[in-house]
Design a protein around this ligand. Structure first.
Ligand SMILES: Nc1nc2c(c(=O)[nH]1)N[C@H]1C(S)=C(S)[C@@H](COP(=O)(O)OP(=O)(O)OC[C@H]3O[C@@H](n4cnc5c(=O)[nH]c(N)nc54)[C@H](O)[C@@H]3O)O[C@H]1N2
Ligand SMILES: Nc1nc2c(c(=O)[nH]1)N[C@H]1C(S)=C(S)[C@@H](COP(=O)(O)OP(=O)(O)OC[C@H]3O[C@@H](n4cnc5c(=O)[nH]c(N)nc54)[C@H](O)[C@@H]3O)O[C@H]1N2
Ligand code: SF4
Ligand SMILES: [Mo]
Length: 740
């Protein structure tokens, strides 16, 4: 900033007088006593480095952190505005208690925690341990994710803990484990730059992984070809060499069809296949029938596109395949990923510079959050909860009898169903807003109404927290410290930038205090997150995701360390599979044949249109944070229904008309956004808004049988012109007898 301030006269001269409004000290009104803290963005899985500017325990701005190697100072619109949430008037500054007829009233910490503990005791004594559940999140640091898993198994002894990554990374993770034996993207992002062809499927990279765009552009500058598969021509697709407007759910057609052509034309690496893989013959037999014409019928695109994709991808020297939720949020999400992985494997283009496979992580700690034991079937170090050896090892770390660690619990959607059916009576949630983010929102709302006791730990009163009996005021990322693991598998450190406002607590302190009151304080005796991390290191020792060799200091010194990092002198492992050795006990990668099958709810006469849902650049997930940042709300203030002009004409709808989008489960009334960049058989509604604007009013509670991820990307709807929805403020004014 000092440098920028000095440049201001020059800039004003260059750009004209509009810049003369810049304050004398520079844009952020810099002062000598301001502090700059190097940390990371709290939002997506890229985890960009950023410097936050602090004055008197308030974050007042930011500066790029040019030296952080992942984003080299670049930030997206959310990153540069994120600090604006900190001083929001809605910030929770004390616990809240629901009081009959009065709504929420502030309550002291002692009373709030006592109430939570007495309800946990009452419910568990009356209905059994598993009747009290926990829902957590992958925006939490590794330390908190670890703490939540241990809190569930040791303090509550409930089997029922799961996390919002169940809605996010589990199809990719399951597929990656099955094929490669390891659940992590294979390469550091710098490897992307050396790829000659990049195949992107179901990833709106420019809006959802904005910094990854930079890596793709750098590859493009070297002449790399880009193929994008998406029912919507997203910004990155507009620059592609080949854009394949796949019908939602049709990706296996494209992948199997490409492999069919590649085998026929000899564009596979037989030598690599025989040395490093098993199962290829069966896959080759399966794709035999996926001729371009057959594959094209599944994919809903011309056969020539599939042939062209094979021609670009097949003979290339180096290549990268990348996918995100567009192919994963399906009842065949795992199979979609497996079919795509086969393309990388069959060409032997893995584990080298320019050659790799990447599943683009979603949440800030989408990678680490799925390793530390907060999944319903998992112990720390990505260990299976039903593996006797893993149970013995973790019981030793926790100093509890192995038999006291519960078994596998319910994953997020079945857990909500068990609340609905009355099997689960009590719930703690942290870092999860299921009312907005789970499919079939009316069902979720009904379920939450049935709980005997619910407590939410959040820094804002999220739409789900509004159902709580007690709300505990927790901490924002910048008010606490800890580590996250970014999209590449790089473990990085978030510094404590400011303290929580008076009356709010760091999340981990809340958990420690609950454990103490439950009589388990001796198992949760940490001075702070650094000590929790040191226990996590031991818990992960010897596992696939081994953090043992990382300390916070080493992470700082190295701008992050990649796992596995098994010893204190180990440099970490940016690139996996370099030696052609995979994570399975036999050291091989496993080819798995997959066949296309229809999605659970296909369009029919009554509901003839496919609805797909997702994101816009300016909002994050359920929107509790970004809907409170004015500059981001200005960018996109409302959800909309994106549709093709052909469909709009058929339905008599014009751009900006209000439309009702309705499925068998619910509806929204939103503006039509008529664009040529979407397939005519599909509409798209972003999901960042709650209540009557929630895309999840329409989505279906259908799951992938292997990963248990919901099918967010396909359900059947009908769309019709609608009246302007009743503005709730106008309604209030009418009730109050007009504007006064
Ligand atoms: N701005 C912003 N960035 C984010 C987030 C955010 O909320 N906002 N969230 C973060 C998180 S947690 C996640 S998981 C990621 C998500 O990142 P992405 O997965 O990139 O985002 P989505 O919008 O969910 O879906 C991606 C694309 O899938 C396409 N699609 C739909 N159905 C199909 C299909 O059947 N096949 C194919 N090939 N494509 C399909 C959609 O048209 C959409 O463009 O983003 C992360 N980054
Ligand atoms: N229709 C449809 N639905 C979807 C998707 C889709 O594409 N379509 N995408 C799915 C995906 S990929 C995801 S990841 C989920 C995400 O869905 P959610 O996880 O429900 O979304 P978030 O907005 O991250 O909710 C996190 C809540 O925790 C709070 N929070 C954030 N960080 C912290 C923290 O450090 N401490 C505490 N105490 N609280 C914190 C926030 O204020 C917020 O209220 O949504 C899924 N839902
Ligand atoms: S790309 Fe992701 S991590 Fe980077 S600034 Fe944007 S939201 Fe934050
Ligand atoms: Mo996600």
């Amino acid at each position: 900033m000092a440098k920028l301030s000095a440049d201001i006269p020059k800039l004003v001269e260059h750009f004209g007088p509009s810049l003369s409004r810049i304050p004398a000290g520079g844009w952020a009104d810099t002062r000598e006593d301001d502090k700059l803290v190097k940390t990371h963005c709290c939002f997506c899985g890229q985890q960009c480095g950023i410097q936050l500017r602090v004055r008197e325990n308030k974050i007042i701005g930011f500066e790029p952190w040019e030296d952080f190697p992942f984003n080299r100072g670049k930030l997206c619109p959310k990153g540069v505005k994120r600090y604006m949430q900190d001083e929001h008037p809605d910030r929770l500054k004390s616990p809240l208690q629901r009081v009959q007829d009065k709504g929420f009233v502030p309550v002291g910490w002692d009373a709030a925690l006592d109430r939570v503990v007495s309800e946990i005791r009452r419910i568990q004594e009356t209905y059994g341990k598993d009747s009290f559940a926990i829902l957590t999140g992958a925006s939490l640091t590794n330390e908190k994710a670890y703490l939540m898993g241990k809190f569930a198994r040791v303090a509550l002894q409930t089997a029922n803990i799961d996390y919002n990554g169940r809605l996010c990374m589990v199809s990719a993770g399951t597929a990656s484990k099955k094929v490669f034996g390891i659940d992590r993207s294979g390469n550091p992002w710098s490897d992307i730059v050396a790829a000659d062809v990049i195949l992107v499927a179901g990833a709106n990279i420019a809006e959802c992984a904005p910094i990854t765009t930079d890596y793709i552009w750098r590859a493009r500058d070297r002449g790399a070809k880009l193929i994008v598969i998406d029912p919507r021509m997203t910004p990155i697709a507009r620059n592609a060499d080949l854009y394949i407007p796949v019908r939602p759910g049709g990706d296996i057609g494209v992948f199997n069809g490409m492999l069919h052509v590649m085998i026929k034309r000899g564009w596979i690496d037989q030598d690599y296949i025989s040395k490093h893989t098993i199962g290829f013959e069966e896959v080759a037999r399966t794709v035999e029938k996926y001729t371009p014409e057959y594959a094209a019928r599944i994919a809903g695109v011309p056969a020539s596109m599939i042939v062209r994709a094979a021609e670009l991808f097949g003979p290339a020297k180096t290549s990268f395949v990348m996918h995100a939720r567009g192919i994963e949020h399906h009842s065949k999400g795992v199979e979609n990923c497996i079919a795509m992985m086969s393309l990388a494997l069959a060409t032997g283009r893995l584990g080298r510079e320019g050659c790799g496979y990447a599943m683009i992580t979603g949440q800030g700690n989408g990678q680490g959050g799925r390793e530390q034991g907060q999944k319903c079937d998992q112990l720390p170090g990505n260990r299976k909860i039903d593996d006797p050896e893993a149970r013995r090892y973790i019981a030793g770390v926790w100093d509890v009898p192995e038999s006291s660690i519960p078994g596998k619990g319910l994953s997020a959607v079945p857990l909500m169903e068990a609340i609905h059916s009355g099997k689960i009576k009590g719930l703690i949630s942290i870092c999860f807003n299921p009312v907005v983010s789970l499919p079939d929102a009316n069902f979720t709302r009904e379920a939450l109404g049935k709980l005997e006791f619910y407590t939410a730990i959040d820094f804002f009163l999220s739409e789900t927290a509004q159902h709580a009996d007690i709300v505990l005021a927790g901490s924002l990322m910048e008010e606490d410290e800890g580590t996250t693991t970014n999209v590449e598998g790089r473990v990085i450190r978030h510094r404590k930038v400011v303290s929580p406002p008076e009356g709010a607590w760091e999340d981990w302190k809340i958990l420690l205090e609950l454990a103490r009151r439950l009589g388990k304080g001796n198992k949760f005796d940490y001075a702070g997150p650094r000590e929790i991390f040191d226990e996590l290191r031991v818990a992960s020792k010897g596992s696939v995701s081994d953090y043992y060799g990382m300390t916070w200091d080493r992470i700082d010194e190295n701008n992050g360390l990649f796992w596995p990092c098994p010893s204190l002198d180990h440099p970490g492992t940016p690139r996996l599979y370099e030696d052609g050795k995979f994570g399975h006990p036999d050291g091989k990668a496993h080819f798995i044949p997959v066949e296309w099958r229809p999605s659970v709810e296909m369009p029919d006469e009554e509901y003839p249109i496919i609805l797909t849902t997702g994101r816009v650049v300016s909002h994050f997930l359920s929107g509790t944070q970004t809907r409170r940042i004015g500059a981001l709300v200005d960018q996109t203030s409302e959800p909309f229904c994106e549709m093709h002009p052909q469909l709009a004409t058929k339905l008599g709808i014009a751009d900006c008309d209000f439309v009702k989008v309705e499925s068998r489960r619910g509806h929204v009334v939103v503006h039509a956004k008529v664009v040529k960049t979407i397939r005519p058989d599909t509409v798209f509604v972003p999901y960042h808004w709650p209540h009557d604007r929630s895309a999840n009013n329409m989505t279906i509670r259908a799951l992938d049988p292997q990963s248990e991820i919901p099918e967010f990307k396909i359900c059947a709807v009908r769309v019709m012109k609608a009246e302007r929805p009743i503005d709730p403020i106008a309604k209030l004014e009418v009730q109050a007898g007009g504007i006064r």
